[in-house]
Design a protein around this ligand. Structure first.
Ligand code: SER
Length: 624
């Protein structure tokens, strides 16, 4: 079965069961600044899982592109990825455990659908703890479907609880479905969570709780179902493969890397896999509007691209090669995600590759790196001498030393890389060579330090983004949602005011909201005069003071497009859309949420007007 057949079958199955098929949302969460990327299909649906009405109804399904960076040090094995697609179906206060479990089982095992062997399936349910009880309901449903008790594991929160996607929000106990990928003639009678041959392929989450800022859980008024099925994992299971990279979603990339490097995949699996994984993720992240930088999403992107380039160098690729692989990625995915054909993608990748290669030959950085290598080398050799350890014992000595104190070396490597861009793994290698380590010790210590490094890197990075979001949300995370909603409605008023003052041909070119300000880009050829700015500001404030109710109307997309302004690509919306109307002043097609009445917004003040790019102006404004 091919990936496209699998996607189609899944969506067809749930459409038959009354689900509306919704498009994949962007990898960049639109209304949740507390996380960097969309990490699951439920993520863009958080407002609806929290009770807001979804314009397409109570049963939804889709194929969602996701990025997870939490497991990045596992990438390189057969199953972990940074980018992946998740097939999901949702019930927003509609069906619950019985239907969710029965449908997932039917889809997986019925010969009419995937026809997986029932004898190779095991499941797990939530065992219960102080926050929520044992999920006996899910347990009984599985039993009634004929799954043997030995194959139904009761596991704690660590395994069988999902969410929230951000720091607070909807979550709940889940029931996971595993498939035996070992010898079909020898399927163990009992399920064992520690055995990697049982691969998780599906997760049914019963979202009946909300996690609050203080860490406690409350029952949600609306009971939801959130399910997710990993596309690649299922593809591998159905086709009886032992490696995700052998599916058609990766194999053409692997072949390209063989061609570019002259090396075999079988001999260099880890490097090949990291290159493939990271470039796929990079192409998708750039397609959703991010470019490499030293902060937040741009930083993750930069690290992904540079890690891929490093692996390329390690397997002997000398020329720029990222674009050659990116083009293959585009061929694999263009039919379902046309955004990855955006014209800037290859340019962004090429520029980053040039920049990184320049850095690798920058004398100043090289000198600094040599100094650090020398310093460490001397220090290590001196401590060996001091302890009377002979130089042929260097492997043993370094092993102990690094196991005990790996972190100072990682810290230096971290500083070299984060401040000067010099790759940490090259630093480790040179240091090991400098002290005369054997290849095998060098490899194993390299792995250990790599793990330390990634932990440090992502911790630091998380801290950075947490500090950034803490800064954005002085009122605390719980208030952030509310404040963002006010800014969102203010943005609608702003566009309407701009159009009234500057001309009806103006449309939105970009919008960004956090809890401290709004930023709005629009087409206009010249700098605004202070008078124009004041007029716009006054008009927005006037509308706020008029206490106008904000109404939401659902209608067919083509009708809506005739009367409403659109803020982004209409293709992103489904067939039935929401239109938000603020009196006769503003009518916009938009997913919401918004305040109920303009009076909730408070005072509006424009703090800056500047150029954003040719022909595009940018306004920043705050609410007081
Ligand atoms: N949100 C759940 C997961 O990611 C189910 O979709 O596993």
């Amino acid at each position: 079965m091919t990936a496209s057949e699998l996607r189609q079958k899944y969506l067809e199955f749930f459409e038959k069961h009354g689900h509306a098929i919704i498009p994949s949302a962007s990898l960049i969460p639109e209304n949740d600044p507390t996380v960097l990327f969309t990490t699951a299909g439920m993520h863009p649906l958080v407002p609806y899982l929290s009770g807001e009405k979804h314009p397409q109804g109570k049963r939804l399904a889709n194929c969602q592109k996701c990025i997870r960076t939490g497991d990045i040090d596992e990438v390189g094995d057969a199953t972990h990825h940074t980018f992946f697609e998740m097939l999901g179906n949702w019930s927003l206060g509609d069906y619950f455990k019985k239907e969710a479990i029965e449908w997932s089982y039917e889809f997986l095992t019925s010969p009419e659908w995937l026809g997986l062997d029932k004898n190779r399936i095991a499941v797990s349910v939530f065992a219960g703890d102080k926050d929520a009880p044992f999920d006996s309901e899910a347990y009984e449903i599985w039993k009634s479907l004929g799954v043997s008790e030995k194959r139904i594991a009761k596991l704690p929160k660590k395994n069988n609880w999902w969410g929230p996607a951000g720091e607070t929000g909807p979550c709940g106990p889940d029931s996971e479905i595993f498939y035996w990928v070992g010898d079909p003639e020898n399927v163990p009678e009992s399920f064992n969570d520690d055995n990697d041959l049982w691969v998780e392929i599906w997760n049914d989450v019963f979202m009946e709780y909300g996690k609050k800022k203080d860490g406690t859980y409350e029952k949600l008024e609306q009971k939801n179902v959130d399910t997710g099925m990993g596309l690649v994992r299922v593809l591998v299971a159905i086709n009886g493969l032992d490696d995700n990279y052998k599916t058609e979603l990766f194999w053409p990339i692997i072949q390209k890397i063989e061609e570019l490097s002259g090396k075999k995949y079988e001999d260099n699996k880890k490097e090949f896999r990291i290159i493939a994984d990271h470039i796929i993720a990079s192409v998708f992240i750039i397609a959703d509007g991010i470019t490499p930088s030293n902060v937040q999403r741009g930083y993750v992107l930069r690290r992904l691209i540079r890690r891929a380039i490093r692996q390329g160098h390690l397997i002997g690729i000398k020329e720029n090669f990222i674009n050659e692989i990116a083009k293959v990625v585009q061929e694999i995915y263009e039919d379902i995600y046309p955004e990855i054909l955006k014209e800037n993608i290859l340019g962004v990748l090429e520029k980053e590759e040039d920049k990184f290669n320049e850095l690798l030959s920058d004398n100043k950085v090289l000198k600094l790196k040599n100094k650090e290598v020398e310093r460490y080398k001397l220090f290590l050799l001196a401590s060996m001498m001091e302890k009377g350890i002979s130089s042929d014992k260097v492997d043993e000595f370094m092993n102990k030393k690094i196991l005990a104190e790996g972190t100072p070396i990682t810290a230096t490597a971290f500083n070299l890389e984060s401040t000067h861009g010099y790759p940490h793994d090259m630093f480790f290698l040179e240091l090991f060579k400098g002290v005369g380590l054997s290849k095998s010790t060098s490899d194993s210590l390299g792995k250990k330090l790599e793990k330390d490094f990634i932990e440090r890197d992502f911790k630091q990075h998380q801290e950075l983004s947490r500090t950034a979001s803490a800064g954005m949300f002085k009122g605390g995370l719980a208030d952030a949602g509310e404040i963002s909603v006010k800014y969102h409605t203010a943005t609608h008023l702003l566009l309407a005011a701009i159009r009234e003052i500057l001309g009806q041909e103006i449309y939105q070119k970009g919008s960004n909201i956090n809890a401290e300000r709004l930023r709005f880009d629009f087409n206009y050829p010249e700098k605004l005069t202070p008078e124009q700015i004041k007029k716009i500001e006054d008009l927005v404030n006037q509308k706020i003071q008029e206490n106008i109710p904000v109404e939401m109307i659902e209608m067919k997309k083509d009708e809506a497009l005739k009367i409403a302004k659109i803020s982004f690509d209409p293709a992103k919306y489904g067939e039935i859309v929401k239109v938000y109307k603020i009196g006769d002043f503003s009518i916009e097609l938009c997913g919401g949420p918004h305040v109920k009445n303009t009076s909730e917004i408070g005072k509006f003040k424009i703090t800056k007007e500047e150029s954003s790019s040719a022909g595009v102006r940018r306004i920043k404004a705050v609410l007081g």
